[in-house]
Ligand binder design. Structure first.
Ligand code: 5GP
Ligand code: MN
Ligand code: MN
Length: 480
């Protein structure tokens, strides 16, 4: 069945696409992205549209691709009174997200490649990375519970950063609903040794420079200027989040039966938001989110240390402040306008970034004139984007936008087609140094494995669900 193209950047999936759809689907794309899309993504968007209490539309962002239950790039909001919450709408890596740290250094400061190498080496040594990597701190049982309930506040108390950091993080780095008694012992056991580690695969730590500014006014508010050196951190809740998701998927399967919820796909297992199971998952998911924010905070601390060592200066002097930190795998209780009235909803963003517009009370005061910073990584060889949230996103997508370029090749396929050493050499010729812990990861994560970040950023910008502020280009990449 053909989708209806509403305008240059929005395709509509009609309610007649599949029996049981309660709302339409809306997908943000351009012609090229539409052509390249596997059609099973439409099925997933239609499936989500069948869930009880869904509001307005089942949404997909321009980077959407097939995922567990919900597509990656999927956004759906459910009525807080009679809607559902679904772990498949959050994903396994709870609060996987991106943090952008600025500096007052410029591209010139690392023009000397031995300097860049030294810096990358120092970061690589100071920040644990790789599959199953272990952090440098040791937590006992009480401490892990504090991390889960306090998030970045715990990290600040322990000396990993300052109060100012808190203001520049979505939710100030702490979901208040977190309750560690809802997280299994096995999840905590996996999480304890891994706190403060990057992990592997898609997760990365990148030194970038500001290549182009698209909106001078907003860039100024964010403290961003041309040629400025930036650090981007992408990681999540490691084994802990994965275990929480697995634990609750099992529990949700029973709940789906218990509450007699009809789901078109088992992977959409869910429970009413206000049920025992729904509330339990939300509390546990919030713990996962707090862990991920604390994780990015520790990594920030060690990146600052690495810069201090290499440049023999303090991180404060080098202006190493957080621009912002966004979650892109999460469910949130928010208020949105539905049918002209304010409504409490649970917004699921699964591979999607919050993009709140100007004057929203949930964003840092300094950013209110221009809207929330939105961070969209591209790939290790091309570019990444900084954008700003909009009023239109509030109206059309529950304040959400894309979260990345999105995969186009599976890991297996990328591994068959490319060789890590060759990709590494090619990038080095282009002036990009890549370091990785595991052998195949550079091939799996090569630029060709991802869609065109320019197309994704342009769809966001043209459709108005986030506006381009600046393009960031990679100089040095640490992959797990
Ligand atoms: P996800 O969390 O869905 O795995 O990844 C988010 C996005 O990060 C991907 O869609 C991809 O566009 C981007 N990405 C993955 N690896 C890298 C990298 O090494 N560098 C940059 N800049 N972006 C990356
Ligand atoms: Mn991610
Ligand atoms: Mn992740």
């Amino acid at each position: 069945m053909e989708l209806k193209k509403i305008n240059e950047n929005v395709w509509e999936l009609p309610e007649t696409y599949k029996q049981g759809m309660k709302v339409k689907g809306n997908i943000y794309l351009n012609d090229e992205l539409y052509e390249g899309l596997q059609k099973d993504v439409f099925e997933q968007i239609a499936n989500v549209a069948c869930l009880p209490g869904i509001q307005k539309y089942s949404l997909a962002m321009p980077d959407c691709h097939y995922g567990y239950g919900f597509c990656i790039g999927g956004v759906a909001a459910f009525d807080e009174r009679y809607g559902v919450i679904s772990p498949g709408g959050v994903g396994f890596d709870i609060n996987c997200g991106v943090r952008l740290i600025k500096t007052n250094l410029s591209k010139k400061d690392v023009e000397d490649k031995t300097k860049l190498k030294e810096l990358l080496n120092e970061i690589f040594t100071n920040v644990p990375s790789g599959l199953g990597s272990k952090g440098k701190i040791r937590l006992d049982n009480n401490q892990i519970d504090t991390v889960l309930e306090e998030g970045v506040e715990w990290a600040i108390k322990e000396g990993y950063g300052t109060k100012k950091d808190l203001e520049r993080i979505e939710e100030n780095g702490r979901m208040k609903e977190a309750d560690a008694s809802f997280v299994s012992e096995s999840a905590k056991k996996r999480g304890k040794p891994q706190l403060g580690s990057l992990g592997s695969g898609n997760h990365f730590l990148e030194i970038q420079y500001v290549d182009e500014i698209f909106n001078e006014e907003t860039a100024k508010v964010y403290g961003v200027e041309k040629d400025q050196l930036m650090i981007m951190v992408h990681t999540g809740s490691r084994g802990l989040g994965h275990q929480i998701c697995a634990d609750y998927l099992r529990r949700m399967e029973n709940a789906t039966k218990k509450y007699n919820i009809k789901i078109p796909d088992r992977q959409l297992a869910c429970a009413p938001i206000n049920s025992e199971e729904g509330e339990a998952y939300f509390k546990a998911m919030s713990c996962g989110a707090n862990y991920a924010w604390a994780n990015r905070q520790l990594i920030t601390h060690w990146v600052r240390e690495a810069f201090e060592k290499v440049f023999k200066n303090s991180y404060e002097n080098m202006g190493m402040e957080i621009v912002y930190d966004v979650a892109h795998n999460i469910a949130k209780k928010e208020t949105h306008i539905v049918d002209g009235k304010e409504k409490s909803v649970i917004v699921h963003r699964k591979g999607a970034t919050r993009a709140f517009g100007p004057n929203h009370s949930e964003i840092p005061e300094i950013y209110r004139p221009v809207g929330q910073p939105v961070i969209i990584p591209g790939d290790m060889g091309t570019a990444s984007y900084l954008l700003s949230g909009t009023e239109l996103a509030m109206e059309k997508t529950f304040g959400s936008t894309a979260h990345g370029a999105g995969r186009t090749l599976s890991r297996v396929k990328a591994l068959q087609m490319y060789k890590s050493s060759e990709v590494q050499e090619r990038l080095e010729k282009e002036g990009i140094l890549v370091m990785a812990d595991s052998k195949g990861v550079i091939a799996e994560e090569c630029p060709e494995a991802y869609k065109d970040i320019e197309a994704v950023a342009n769809v966001c910008d043209n459709s108005g669900i986030a506006l381009k502020v600046s393009r960031l280009k990679p100089l040095g990449v640490v992959k797990g």
